[in-house]
Design a protein around this ligand. Structure first.
Ligand SMILES: Cc1cc2nc3c(=O)[nH]c(=O)nc-3n(C[C@H](O)[C@H](O)[C@H](O)COP(=O)(O)O)c2cc1C
Length: 228
């Protein structure tokens, strides 16, 4: 199969999506499309390079939003029916709302719109599925209550990207989720993969439900549920 897989900026179900892509790439052609925020969030969770490692060659590209300027020429492949399937996983509340209202102003939403024109099936995994609490995983986090303000901050010195302002914060836009800082801090003040509970908003759940009315688009709870 030739599959396009779009990743948007959600931490929830992100690692699971990358794992399914890695497994599919062994036997299918996969083009990976990243929303601008999808690219940032992949880096924050230390997952970006895993995708770089499995891409290369025609129809096996890793395509960033910025590489497509404003007219998204690559999405012409969808209107021409060049793919068997477009997967959007994870799909943020923002991306779902745009799809529902027919907005196609970035690489991912444009690919969905062009898929409709080229009769390419779309499988979507919205992260906001039902109201109530959901456990989600954070990228690297500095816990100030554990920070003892050492005279030199080993974690800041160890960071290869200068992402840490000692005793203050981690700049997630510089962080690549490598975890070196967590190992360097002797007081365990930096952790990655911490689980927090968040609460889904009613408007986002309503938008997700509206996806059910879209012809050619199927909603899945997890990337592992999609059959290839
Ligand atoms: C670390 C991190 C995790 C995020 N996780 C989620 C998430 O699980 N669900 C969500 O809807 N937005 C999440 N966001 C916010 C989106 O990235 C943000 O709304 C972005 O504008 C979405 O753009 P996109 O839909 O074009 O990818 C997260 C942001 C950050 C920094």
């Amino acid at each position: 199969m030739r599959i396009a897989w779009a990743i948007t900026g959600a931490g929830h179900l992100l690692k699971e999506s990358v794992e399914v892509i890695e497994s599919l790439a062994k036997s299918h052609e996969i083009t990976i499309l990243l929303s601008a925020s999808g690219e940032e969030v992949l880096k924050m969770y230390g997952l970006y390079n895993r995708l770089v490692n499995i891409t290369g060659g025609r129809y096996r590209e890793l395509v960033s939003d910025s590489s497509q300027k404003y007219s998204y020429p690559l999405t012409g492949r969808f209107s021409l029916g060049k793919y068997d399937l477009l997967v959007v996983s994870p799909a943020t509340a923002n991306t779902v709302s745009k799809i529902v209202y027919g907005i196609s102003d970035n690489l991912v939403t444009n690919a969905v719109a062009q898929s409709g024109k080229g009769a390419v099936e779309v499988a979507i995994v919205p992260v906001d599925l039902k109201e109530g609490p959901v456990d989600t995983v954070l990228p690297s986090k500095l816990e100030l209550n554990k920070c003892t303000k050492c005279s030199t901050c080993d974690a800041a010195i160890a960071c290869p990207n200068n992402a840490i302002t000692p005793y203050e914060e981690i700049d997630l836009l510089k962080c690549t989720g490598c975890g070196i800082c967590a190992d360097a801090c002797p007081y365990g003040a930096i952790s990655g993969g911490k689980i927090v509970t968040i609460y889904m908003r009613a408007i986002d759940i309503e938008n997700t439900k509206k996806l059910d009315d879209f012809k050619g688009l199927t909603v899945f709870k997890s990337p592992d549920d999609i059959e290839f």
